[in-house]
Design a protein around this ligand. Structure first.
Ligand code: FES
Length: 167
């Protein structure tokens, strides 16, 4: 019987397979693996975009039971005054967006893929969950997976400068 010998692990092969992870690690670059095995750079959070509220200054935003009341005249609520402005209200797990300058919509910030609720971006009328890249439109509908279900939409009412979101 012929003995099958395994090729020794060459230095070139080792460097090829270990090189990318070691390089990212050495440079201190965040390395995120998505569920399909591909990799991507970490996405910038809402604070970085300067257009979302990730839970810092929340004066003007009141959470009471299943309601979130946002004062549009406050600094925290101001982004919702203009088209494309949005908020991530972490403590209430709510995303809110001014769709077209007049209509404000609100959704759960709990991603329907694996439940990430704090890593969102909004641009080009799309919410992106940074955890694995799912995208949702301004109706909460899935535009790109891996998420397969739409975001739950909450009722929104407006009274003068107060917007009330009811979960
Ligand atoms: Fe996976 Fe949002 S938790 S895309």
């Amino acid at each position: 019987m012929k003995k099958i010998e395994k090729e020794p692990y060459s230095r070139k092969e080792f460097l090829r397979t270990a090189g990318s992870a070691a390089l990212f690690s050495a440079l201190g670059i965040p390395f995120i693996t998505s569920c399909d095995g591909s990799t991507t750079d970490a996405l910038e959070g809402p604070n970085g975009s300067g257009n979302g509220n990730a839970g810092g200054d929340t004066d003007g935003i009141t959470i009471s039971g299943n309601q979130v009341i946002i004062d549009l005249d406050s600094t925290a609520g101001a982004p919702l005054n203009s088209s494309g402005g949005w908020l991530l209200i972490r403590d209430a797990q709510v995303l809110a967006v001014n769709v077209d300058g007049t209509v404000i919509r609100a959704f759960t910030s709990v991603c329907t893929h694996q439940g990430c609720d704090t890593s969102w971006q909004f641009s080009n009328s799309l919410f992106t969950c940074s955890c694995h890249g799912s995208q949702f439109n301004t109706s909460g509908g899935v535009v790109r997976g891996p998420a397969a279900q739409d975001l739950e939409e909450f009722n929104v009412s407006k009274d003068n400068s107060n917007v009330t979101i009811t979960k």
